[in-house]
Design a protein around this ligand. Sequence first.
Ligand SMILES: Nc1nc2c(ncn2[C@@H]2O[C@H](COP(=O)(O)OP(=O)(O)OP(=O)(O)O)[C@@H](O)[C@H]2O)c(=O)[nH]1
Ligand SMILES: [Mg+2]
Length: 301
Amino acid sequence: MNEHEYPDAEIDGDFDVIEAGEPAAPRAPAPLAADDTGTGKPRLCLMGEFSAGKSTLSNLLLGEAALPVNVTATQLPPIWISHGDEAPYRVDLDGEEYELDLERLTDVSVEDTSHIRIFRDAPFLEHCDLIDMPGISDPNMDADVWQRVLPMADMIVWCTHATQAWRQSEAAVWNTIAPGLQARSLLLLTRMDKILSERDRARVVKRVGRETKGLFHGLFPISLTRAMAAGDDAGKWAESGAADFEEALLAQLGAIAEGRADAAAEAAAAATPDRVVMPARIRPRPLAARRTARTSGHDAA
Ligand SMILES: Nc1nc2c(ncn2[C@@H]2O[C@H](COP(=O)(O)OP(=O)(O)OP(=O)(O)O)[C@@H](O)[C@H]2O)c(=O)[nH]1
Ligand SMILES: [Mg+2]
């Protein structure tokens, strides 16, 4: 919680606010999707209702606008952003890849596109791949558009609009998410700056905390616009709610990456006995064979 901006939520012992504790141990690394091009990093999906702040959050994390500004108001497929400077491309529903001119993103057919891959040199992308999803209940957007990318997620940051937070439509979608993935994910209450009284801010945090208890690893109220405007001002960054959220997010991504590393190490360890046993089993044979041959030779001599 942010002690500068939402003190009530901390002081009043009545509040049932979910705090981020130790990063949840990832239960199993998500299987790599067939069309994964494999950076090997955890994949963080940004989800929520349309206009909840997903793309603003993506820009905040990257420190730059991921896409040209002229396309922000258009219907876009999931935008999968990885570290690097490769050329962007579009992946269709069969996994075929096509060159893409980002200035002509508006021409992309959402129905025929699984996702768009773009690459940025942002330090945040050293921790994970970021997938900016279209809104879940956008009336102009079929649910398939985000559902087909969802199996690739290792972690979700769900953005919910503080002034109308955690609607039934959001809860209904969240119910379809695997419990292990839920437990690794964070809930972000965006647009906290739109709630003017401290009491009302505390109230919404309390209510949403209660309604989502056990469904997320942590709940974080934030003003994305104030976080954007904070620049290098650490006080303003913390006041916006961004500092606490960033810390929890990086801890979760670290835990997921470690889980993957552990799983890879376990797989390697499981494979090791075969590699050790095989030569040991094989080696004596030629030795035995040579001895037999020598023996036979000696015997023969
Ligand atoms: N005041 C305020 N405005 C915000 C905040 N977060 C996002 N916005 C604004 O809300 C509008 C929509 O934000 P986006 O980031 O585009 O939302 P989105 O979830 O990506 O929307 P879709 O991709 O259309 O589903 C933009 O004008 C943002 O500037 C916030 O915390 N406070
Ligand atoms: Mg968006």
